[in-house]
Design a protein around this ligand. Sequence first.
Ligand code: FES
Ligand code: FES
Length: 188
Amino acid sequence: MANSANDRAGPGAGESGATETFNMSFTLNGAPVSRRVPLDARLLDVLRYDCACPGTKEGCGEGECGACSVILDGLLVNSCLVPAFQAAGRVVTTVESVAADVASALNVTGTSQCGACTPGIVMSIRWLLERPEIASNVDLREFLSGNLCRCTGYDGVVAGAEAALTLRGIPMRGVARPGPGDRGGSRP
Ligand code: FES
Ligand code: FES
């Protein structure tokens, strides 16, 4: 497994085998960072291996599971699909930024079992917490449909989201539909 920009040699490697790199500056969890990374690096790898933010997980690696979710300039994105250079000069927020009280609210409701999906789900909920108007009216199961969880059946995940919204004083008017146990699926 690649551990740093110097270890990774992908399609950006030149004829000599050396990987072309560029200097990338951006804001990460409120602090300015600058890293020299491969030209073809994914944002996911830069966060994990170059910026000491291993909380962002890789599940499918192809945009299907949401485990790698981060917030990029206010947008919830799958970092496995984002070329790192697209984050240059922008603001990136990862699961390491989640407030302790929100993490506690999520933790006591069975939100997580194996934990593979958890950072992505936490980031989806974090995005929602910053948008009370949307949070108040959204169907949480539908909202979380971009985060694949094979363990929980989503009841704990939705309960965790509700606990976090309540913690922030956000009223819930959205409808929580029946869980996948009623439909036989692994999506909400
Ligand atoms: S690892 Fe990025 S969406 Fe699955
Ligand atoms: S807790 Fe295991 S995939 Fe969600």
